[in-house]
Design a protein around this ligand. Structure first.
Ligand SMILES: Nc1nc2c(ncn2[C@@H]2O[C@H](COP(=O)(O)OP(=O)(O)O)[C@@H](O)[C@H]2O)c(=O)[nH]1
Ligand SMILES: [Mg+2]
Length: 205
């Protein structure tokens, strides 16, 4: 199911739980509509978007974590697929955009933190770093968040980044994909593209 990847040497992936706004963000970045707002759990293969003119692909990977009506076993398979995809293509992936829901992410992380439990989002953040993919956390749905600063500082804390969040603007990007307000993410992505000496890809961000 993960066989459809276009043959491109540079890639950016979007990962995250289902319903956080990955497909909405994908649309905002590419100008192309994908299956946003569909019944969660339906998409099990990535949505790739590539350009004929550039050696670059952006991929919206299937959502992991809790999904209503999707058995635990299937959820685990999806997560394994996502992890394998990132591992297999790690050399080509310049940035891993971890999309989270700014309104609920802290509650979800805290609910799943324990002596032998690591929350999916925290695990994914560290996983990206471990395989050498620069993570950028797109903290989406900020239009619904009231205490913005506090939330972003809490998120930093949970990810092991010392607050204040403003120190981490290459890593933490508060956005509202639905409203088309994604400049902090574009800036963070451009930072990493520059570091990777791929300023030629700035045209997409
Ligand atoms: N309030 C708000 N809702 C959003 C935002 N981005 C996406 N959504 C909504 O969140 C839901 C899930 O979005 P979708 O892109 O399908 O999430 P995905 O499952 O991660 O691909 C949809 O109803 C979107 O309209 C945002 O920035 N603000
Ligand atoms: Mg989607």
């Amino acid at each position: 199911m993960f066989e459809s990847r276009p043959d491109r040497d540079a890639e950016i992936v979007l990962v995250g739980r289902s319903n956080v706004g990955k497909s909405t963000l994908m649309r905002e970045i590419t100008g192309h509509t994908f299956d946003t707002g569909q019944r969660p759990g339906v998409t099990r293969s990535p949505n790739h978007f590539d350009w004929a003119s550039a050696d670059f692909v952006i991929s919206d990977l299937p959502g992991f974590g809790y999904m209503k009506g999707v058995p635990e076993e299937v959820r685990e398979e999806i997560k394994t697929d996502v992890v394998r995809y990132v591992e297999r293509n790690a050399e080509k992936i310049l940035v891993g955009i971890l999309v989270v829901d700014g309104k609920s992410v802290i509650d979800i992380i805290d609910r799943h933190s324990g002596p032998d439990e690591i929350p999916h989002d925290v695990e994914m953040f560290h996983f990206l770093r471990e395989v050498g993919v620069e993570p950028v956390v797109a903290v989406n749905k900020m239009d619904k968040v009231e205490n913005e600063e506090e939330r972003l500082n809490e998120l930093c804390d949970r990810l092991g980044l010392h607050p204040p969040w403003q120190q981490w603007q290459e890593t933490i990007a508060p956005i509202s994909a639905k409203r088309g307000s994604i400049e902090p993410l574009n800036e963070a992505v451009r930072h990493h593209l520059h570091e990777a000496q791929r300023d030629d890809l700035f045209q997409f961000f």
